[in-house]
Design a binder for this molecule. Structure first.
Ligand SMILES: [Zn+2]
Length: 68
């Protein structure tokens, strides 16, 4: 199993992703992101090497565009 990237900020918008695996260094922890459905649009904006490893923030995972 891959380890999560230790990034605690969303790779798309830079906001805190509130990701427990990113903080813990492994996926064996409870996190909002394990139950959230990440929007396909958000995944497409993510570099391929970060898919399934870097945690988005809840807003980007939900597919809300951040134009700011
Ligand atoms: Zn974000």
């Amino acid at each position: 199993m891959k380890n999560p990237l230790p990034h605690q900020r969303c790779p798309l918008c830079g906001a805190a992703n509130q990701c427990a695996p990113a903080s813990a260094g492994h996926f064996d922890v409870e996190c909002w992101c394990t139950q959230a459905t990440v929007s396909p649009q958000a995944l497409q904006r993510l570099p391929a090497d970060q898919v399934d490893r870097a945690c988005l923030c809840p807003r980007c995972a939900a597919g809300v565009e951040d134009r700011g």
